[in-house]
Design a protein around this ligand. Sequence first.
Ligand code: FES
Length: 98
Amino acid sequence: MREEKPKDHYLFVCTGSRCSELSLQDDEGASLLQKKIKAEIKAKGYDNTIRVSKSGCLGACEVAPNVMFQPENRLCSGVELGDAEQLIIELCKTRTQS
Ligand code: FES
């Protein structure tokens, strides 16, 4: 067994069917958003502390599309492809408040 140090923050992009079919346009939308967020995190130099992952349904389909910050347990709803930079700004605000 190998043990690795976890990242400080995780950002889960929901790729469930409801999130994918709404403003993310299609199944590719959630993957594109994840890629944009990853690129934004790397450009800002946070890639050693923040990990971006896809997730299944986050249980909030009624306000889809969704992205979840952990361990802050914060849900960002109504996310669109152009929101990648804003999501990182929001996460950074959360980080400075904790
Ligand atoms: S499919 Fe995304 S919250 Fe349910």
